[in-house]
Write a new protein. Structure first.
Length: 125
């Protein structure tokens, strides 16, 4: 990990999650393998695109206040080519159901993920 990534709290959280998952996988390989296979199947291209599935997952993550999943799925949205507008609309719909708690995650952590992980390609048009 380079120095910029080490100082970036979003990248640090992703790394922390990956390390934790690696530790869990070493200790509980059968459960980890089955969980990974299940989630891979859930996020595979189907009637819904992988992009749409990442947007759904981001909305659920924001609603459930799961910061690691918010970061992970915000990155998933960016990696699948979501625009900033699509991400913000996703979390806006989530806030309609989740109220102030969801909106607070949307205007803080999700925005930070867009800035830190999306770079210049995420500028609103």
């Amino acid at each position: 990990m380079d120095q910029q990534q080490q100082n970036n709290p979003i990248e640090m959280a992703l790394q922390e999650y990956k390390q934790g998952l690696g530790n869990f996988t070493q200790k509980m390989p059968d459960i980890a393998q089955k969980y990974n296979a299940f989630t891979e199947a859930c996020f595979a291209e189907g009637k819904l695109s992988q992009k749409e599935k990442q947007m759904i997952a981001l909305g659920i993550s924001v609603f459930s206040q799961d910061e690691y999943c918010i970061i992970y799925h915000a990155k998933g949205c960016i990696d699948q080519g979501c625009t900033e507008e699509e991400i913000l609309e996703t979390v806006g719909v989530t806030a309609a159901f989740g109220g102030g708690a969801a909106m607070s995650q949307a205007v803080t952590l999700v925005q930070e993920c867009i800035t830190e992980l999306g770079g210049n390609k995420m500028k609103m048009q």
